[in-house]
Design a binder for this molecule. Structure first.
Ligand code: PLP
Length: 376
């Protein structure tokens, strides 16, 4: 097991073998479409470089990031696979995009011109994918303007159109009519381009949910994010996610124990007095590490000595407390599993998410940089 430097009694374990397992499952399901692994946001908190390497080893053909800086970090780590930056970057970054051989997303003529100039100054060719806004309304060129944007691009020798893509707004609800509407619009754009002999080698639309739910959305490649990490894109595709296994565990150790008496309470607010003498275990991580403060108000617990246990009071910034009832066997140093398996019991990031009104994505992205990642 290798580790980022981490001396804390609180750490995350990332099982790269499970990342590979999840990529392989999806790759088999979506073939002949290819898989590009989405490793933005430090691979959804799992660690961009180890995850990127694992995904590529499992057959992913390329990587996707949100920011140029994320792409640069992968290149500096020696990764030579194609890396697509998923939104148009500020024009002043064009030189670096080209220099690091990152594949740029473009949605505006300004973006095209900036890349063309940077590439021709460097005597290189900028690889680009055009992103079309078929209904997500976040970024992207309007469908009716796509042809003219590509025509403009074709006026520069230093820009190579490698891909055209779009992104679904409700892919995690496969029956939602907006999916079909977006797909129809996208197919119309592709048909218009084809009528002008523009047939880019890479056409893509699907995130995890769409890749699993809708074969018509797969085109030549899928952009695989959350499912690669073994988490659910949403309840609407739960069944389709069978076989995927969460790759991240969040663990800690008991740092202190104490008995409190009936009528006493724990932590800020002293909000939950106990009705009998209770052993309280203190665990040295808190909301600054990505354990939502709201989790302390839910029935989601932690696993300690093979037993699910509840939070004893308000989760604090660096520490949280566990109600161990009358179990006097709990000792300083005992392992606590916050996310992951201990014995027969499992707690998942998806459970944290549904208990606190968010999505698994936010939970794993929120595990802060104070938590060292250890790789297995
Ligand atoms: C443009 C784009 N494609 C693909 C993905 C991956 O989505 P998912 O994690 O649901 O697979 C994302 C993630 O937000 C995205 O923004």
């Amino acid at each position: 097991m290798s580790a980022d430097f981490s001396s804390r009694w609180a750490w995350a374990e990332v099982h790269t073998g499970l990342i590979q397992h999840n990529v392989a499952i999806v790759a088999e399901r979506v073939a002949p479409a290819k898989v590009w692994a989405v490793v933005k946001a430090n691979a959804y908190g799992h660690g961009a470089i180890p995850v990127a390497n694992a995904a590529l080893n499992a057959g992913a053909e390329g990587l996707c990031v949100a920011l140029m800086d994320e792409g640069v970090a992968l290149r500096r780590a020696g990764i030579t696979a194609p890396i697509l930056v998923l939104s148009e970057q500020p024009a002043e970054l064009s030189e670096l995009l080209v220099g690091y051989e990152l594949t740029a997303t473009v949605t505006t003529t300004r973006g095209v011109a900036a890349l063309a100039n940077a590439a021709s100054a460097a005597e290189k060719v900028a690889r680009v994918h055009v992103k079309v806004d078929t209904g997500m309304h976040r970024v992207g060129v309007a469908p009716r303007e796509t042809l003219s944007l590509i025509r403009f691009m074709q006026s520069f020798d230093s820009v190579l159109l490698e891909g055209v893509y779009t992104h679904f707004a409700v892919a995690d609800s496969p029956e939602h009519p907006a999916n079909a509407d977006q797909l129809r619009l996208f197919n119309e754009v592709l048909a218009e381009l084809a009528a002008h002999s523009i047939e880019p080698p890479l056409v893509h639309a699907a995130n995890s949910a769409a890749a699993l739910a809708n074969p018509d959305s797969r085109f030549s490649m899928v952009r695989l994010g959350i499912a690669m990490y073994g988490l659910l894109p949403g309840d609407g595709v739960k069944e389709l996610c069978r076989g995927l296994i969460p790759a991240l565990a969040l663990k800690s150790r008991v740092s202190a124990v104490r008995w409190i008496e009936a009528g006493e309470a724990v932590s800020y607010g002293l909000r939950r007095p106990v009705s009998a003498a209770t052993l309280i275990a203190t665990v040295p991580l808190g909301y600054a590490d990505g354990v939502p403060r709201a989790l302390g108000e839910t029935t989601v617990g932690v696993l300690l000595n093979g037993v699910p246990r509840q939070f004893a009071g308000t989760i604090t910034m660096d520490q949280l407390m566990i109600d161990c009832g009358t179990d006097s066997s709990v000792m300083v140093g005992d392992e606590v599993v916050l996310i992951g398996r201990q014995g027969e019991h499992v707690v998942t990031a998806d459970e944290w998410a549904s208990a606190t009104g968010t999505i698994g994505y936010e939970i794993v992205c929120g595990i802060s940089s104070r938590i060292g990642r250890r790789y297995q």
